[in-house]
Design a protein around this ligand. Structure first.
Ligand code: HEC
Length: 127
């Protein structure tokens, strides 16, 4: 999925990261989710049924990888759904309003609350 959206902009970003001595992906500090609990996030992921579409580390795997991106190593991604930079605030927003960020995306609005989105983000970045 991210490959398809690979653009000159992301190439420039990667080049910048390489120059900064970072191995790619986003730096560790930018994945700290204030007030988020990975443990509660794990529970929320199960409750919202995210694993009906996504393979998520230590929770569940789906057989059909073509349904939705595998979320293993999510903190290494540069972009969320190829649309916005991969940072906690953007991820929390995406989990609550995917249709607003990427109109027509196959990721549905699941009515995720802000608190749950914060916890889920903490979980995804902890993997
Ligand atoms: C009906 C299937 C479906 C469900 C249920 C679903 N998603 Fe998604 N999700 C998708 C699809 C499809 C995409 C890719 C969207 C795009 O690129 O436009 C996506 C994208 C994402 C992304 C960005 C991935 C990337 O590589 O950029 C994250 C993070 C994510 N979903 C998390 C979740 C979480 C957490 C839940 C549960 C609250 C959830 N999803 C529920 C289908 C689903």
């Amino acid at each position: 999925m991210t490959k398809k959206h690979f653009t000159a902009a992301s190439a420039a970003l990667l080049a910048g990261l390489a120059l900064a001595g970072c191995g790619g992906g986003i730096d560790e500090e930018s994945t700290i989710v204030e007030g988020g609990s990975p443990e509660r996030g794990r529970q929320a992921i199960l409750e919202y049924g995210c694993t009906s579409c996504h393979s998520i580390p230590d929770i569940d795997s789906v057989d059909d990888e073509s349904v939705a991106p595998d979320l293993h190593g999510f903190s290494e991604r540069d972009f969320i759904a190829g649309h916005v930079s991969n940072h906690p605030e953007e991820l929390i927003e995406w989990l609550q309003n995917p249709q607003e960020i990427a109109p027509g995306t196959l990721m549905p609005d699941l009515g995720v609350t802000e608190e749950d989105a914060r916890d889920i983000a903490a979980y995804l970045y902890s993997q």
